[in-house]
Design a protein around this ligand. Structure first.
Ligand SMILES: O=P(O)(O)OC[C@H]1O[C@@H](O)[C@H](O)[C@@H](O)[C@@H]1O
Length: 293
């Protein structure tokens, strides 16, 4: 069940746009990313005698962030310093980490092999991710597609805001690319020098591109970093989708409404067919009374 009166919060005359995260919100690809990161870091950390890699590491350090930011955050959690590697001047590199030139190079050399750089690790993980995507394909969450149908039928504008540079390929593979005229993905962020989540900039850019003020937009997110980005951007509402982080944690970080399946919110978007989250509002709706907002 939604955690607050969704009838009051998803009025399409108030919330006129939806900024959807992709991996874990529209498609089950958060799990594909998660497995690829685990396949990368489990042997890597074991070989260094560091604490084993767990799913909690993914949620806390990597989930929702641009590729190399995730690598840096995980390495930092184990006190490992690696050089950036080739091509480290892009927005991915700049968004949260200090420039490579400020890294203590002697320490980095002691801790690394030739191929172990932030870039090389991120790129190895990407090869694992694309391999699985190519082999297995992807199907969008039915409940998310139902919600997308409902908000578009209500006249709301939509965009995808993903840290992933694979977002266009995932949208194509899931057959929903043509639903989104605006996609602010990892490549767009990098080209436009937008800092990645948990900074709000990519969501703010998407709101601008669909022609709405942030206050008229909902951010829909499953990741800690994504909910933080939504909470920091002055958006109309942040909707958390609990795919493993936990409803309490998403709420603590700023999600005002948390669901397990976006299908739960379809009635809240359909005006007169509202199924309010609390009994009082439900009675009011049945009696044709306006529920106080
Ligand atoms: O490496 P990519 O495909 O550009 O994706 C970057 C990040 O994109 C996010 O959407 C995922 O939650 C992360 O797991 C992933 O690391």
């Amino acid at each position: 069940m939604p955690s607050r009166d969704s009838a009051a919060t998803l009025d399409p005359s108030v919330i006129r746009g939806y900024l959807f995260d992709l991996d874990g919100v529209l498609t089950p690809t958060a799990v594909v990313h998660m497995h690829a990161w685990s396949r990368l870091f489990t042997p890597f950390l074991a070989a260094r005698g560091a604490a084993p890699y767990t799913d909690d590491d993914y949620y806390a350090c990597i989930d929702g962030k641009p590729r190399y930011d995730g690598v840096r955050a995980l390495l930092a959690s184990r006190g490992i310093v690696l050089p950036e590697g080739d091509g480290s001047s892009g927005a991915d590199a700049a968004s949260t980490a200090p420039p490579a030139s400020t890294a203590p190079k002697d320490t980095a050399r002691e801790n690394t092999e030739d191929t172990d750089t932030v870039r090389a690790l991120g790129d190895r993980k990407n090869a694992l991710f694309t391999e699985t995507l190519d082999e297995e394909g992807v199907t969008a969450y039915p409940g998310s597609v139902a919600f997308l149908d409902a908000v578009q039928a209500a006249g709301c504008r939509v965009a995808v805001v993903s840290s992933s540079k694979n977002a266009p390929a995932v949208l194509e593979a899931a057959g929903i690319a043509d639903r989104f005229p605006v996609v602010v993905d990892g490549a767009v962020a990098s080209a436009q020098h937008l800092p990645g989540k948990p900074a709000p900039d990519t969501f703010l850019r998407a709101a601008e591109l669909i022609g709405l003020p942030p206050a008229a937009c909902a951010v829909v997110e499953d990741a800690e970093s994504g909910v933080q980005a939504g909470a920091a951007g002055g958006f109309g509402i942040v909707i958390g989708v609990d795919r493993g982080v936990g409803a309490a944690r998403l709420a603590e970080l700023g999600a005002e409404l948390v669901v397990k399946d976006l299908a739960d919110l379809v009635p809240a978007v359909r005006g007169s067919e509202i199924v309010p989250a609390d009994a009082g509002a439900e009675l009011d709706a049945l009696q044709g009374k306006e529920h106080p907002r």
